[in-house]
Design a protein around this ligand. Structure first.
Ligand SMILES: CC(C)=CCC/C(C)=C/CC/C(C)=C/CC/C(C)=C/COP(=O)(O)OP(=O)(O)O
Ligand SMILES: O=P(O)(O)OC[C@@H](O)CO
Length: 450
């Protein structure tokens, strides 16, 4: 070994010791996953899983948003989901189920990349997909990034080494989620090759969690019951694991749809609950309520918010809605039913405002007043825009709500022009593909009578 190699090795060891001291000896929290997160919402990019129109309102209370799912996820719908979430100030991170879902766009839109690694599935889910994913980064993502960032002479000369560095850096900065999957009937279990024989006892789960923290360095230990609540079995596992983890965050996900369930797993030692299904259920519920309101109301989509407010009291048991169930899983929200009620009113209002705007645009086209979206008057836009914007977020991030309101309004206006006149000078047809046009198909817009 040369003297240079010896020096390099000493420096390497000192750096590793410093890093370990930061984790174990010093009073610093070096885990990049915030320790004060106690609620994470999982937003699935799959086209069939819609978001409620008032999604910025709902998502303002959760601590973090995980973008990912195990079925029908593509690079396109992942990018679209991040595009929608740019209207929300809550940090969003990317949890890919295949490396090809990771792009430059998803990397810059997410707070961090969370890579799943399954501790009780097949070897593909433990290390195989990680190998394929790493090769994808090294052979495709990294060379493309180097080529884009650096002038050609530098990229030609040092590109290979820089791509190697980029690959190491990406994996070093990624967060690893060590999954223990305990619901063999879930898509996640099928994906990871977990069957009955792979389920763990609390002691086995604890021992693997210990290895995940000390050996694998996993930032998160994720107890996953996807789609079903783990109940007392999950509590036993969390109680076994929690005292053994110091640096790694302990997350629980699966079937959380009430304050009681969220509190039960948090009290058993989970740092955070992950909630997916019940959030997506709000989308259809919000659209159904909007249709029922329009059917019941004499003035239909022209109705103002105070009428919707009164209708909710008459027609809806808010405590029994997916909106209230979802919000009740967030421990920091003191009045889940009142918050759900206000959010439902905002969602129904948005449905009505958009349907009315679309009707009015159609009317203006029919009357020959406008032939192109650019001819819609400022006053028309401003009126609808301000009504939409007011409802979409409860407080703060005004400019983001404003952009979302404008995107929603453009969506319905453009649809009216497209359907009545044909392709227009604005909108998706004129997009050069450099930026994603507003992905309205992830929201249940346009289900009201026009
Ligand atoms: C290295 C890079 C960039 C990427 C790696 C990509 C990898 C390793 C993906 C792992 C895929 C894997 C092991 C999946 C296992 C199943 C799993 C944990 C899925 C997560 O499921 P959810 O998305 O939570 O499940 P639902 O869709 O059922 O809600
Ligand atoms: O969809 P639910 O059952 O809420 O589960 C959330 C998450 O753990 C799924 O990966």
């Amino acid at each position: 070994m040369s003297a240079f190699d010896r020096i390099a090795r000493t420096i390497g060891r000192a750096a590793t010791a410093g890093c370990l001291a930061g984790r174990t000896l010093l009073p610093f929290d070096t885990n990049p996953v915030p320790g004060d997160w106690e609620h994470v919402t999982k937003v699935d990019p799959e086209d069939a899983k819609k978001l409620p129109i008032a999604y910025p309102r709902y998502l303002q209370y959760t601590d973090g948003i995980s973008v990912g799912g195990s079925a029908d996820v593509t690079e396109t719908n992942t990018v679209e989901t991040f595009r929608l979430l740019s209207s929300v100030s809550t940090p969003a991170f990317h949890e890919p189920s295949a490396a090809s879902h990771v792009t430059e766009g998803t990397l810059s839109a997410s707070s961090f990349l969370a890579v799943p690694q399954v501790l009780n599935g097949d070897d593909e889910a433990f290390v195989g997909s990680l190998g394929t994913g790493t090769r994808f980064i090294r052979e495709e993502l990294a060379p493309a990034a180097v080529e884009k960032l650096l002038p050609a002479p530098v990229a030609n000369r040092y590109g290979d080494r820089l791509a190697e560095f980029f690959t190491h850096w990406m994996l070093y900065s990624a967060v690893f989620e060590a999954y223990v999957i305990q619901n063999p009937d879930s898509a996640a279990a099928r994906e990871a090759g977990v069957d009955e024989s792979g389920l763990l006892s609390p002691e086995q789960a604890r021992d693997r969690a210990i290895a995940a923290e000390r050996y694998l360095g996993s930032e998160v230990l994720y107890l996953e019951y996807s789609g079903t609540y783990g109940g007392s079995e999950a509590v036993d596992i969390l109680e076994a694991i929690a005292p053994s983890l110091d640096w790694t965050r302990l997350w629980y996900g699966g079937g959380i749809d009430s304050r009681e369930k969220a509190t039960e797993v948090l009290s058993a030692g989970a740092d955070a609950v992950i909630v997916g299904d019940v959030f997506h259920r709000i989308a259809a519920e919000e659209a159904d309520f909007a249709s029922a309101f329009v059917a019941d109301s004499a003035v239909g989509t022209s109705a103002h918010t105070d009428r919707i407010d009164a209708w909710i009291d008459d027609a809806v048991d808010v405590a029994d809605t997916a909106a209230a169930e979802y919000i009740s899983t967030i421990p920091s929200v003191r009045d889940p039913v009142g918050t759900a009620r206000a959010s439902l009113i905002a969602g129904i209002t948005a449905h009505c405002v958009l349907a009315k705007a679309e009707t009015d645009v159609r009317e203006a086209i029919r009357e020959g007043q406008v032939a192109d979206p650019s001819e819609l008057s400022e006053a028309f836009r401003d009126d609808y825009h301000s009504r939409l914007e007011a409802g979409l977020v409860h407080a703060g991030n005004g400019s983001q709500a404003s952009t979302l309101a404008a995107d929603l309004l453009d969506t319905v206006s453009l649809r009216a022009f497209r359907e009545m006149i044909g392709p227009t000078s604005e909108g998706p047809e004129s997009d050069d593909g450099a930026s994603v046009s507003f992905p309205a198909h992830h929201l249940p817009i346009g289900e009201l009578p026009r």
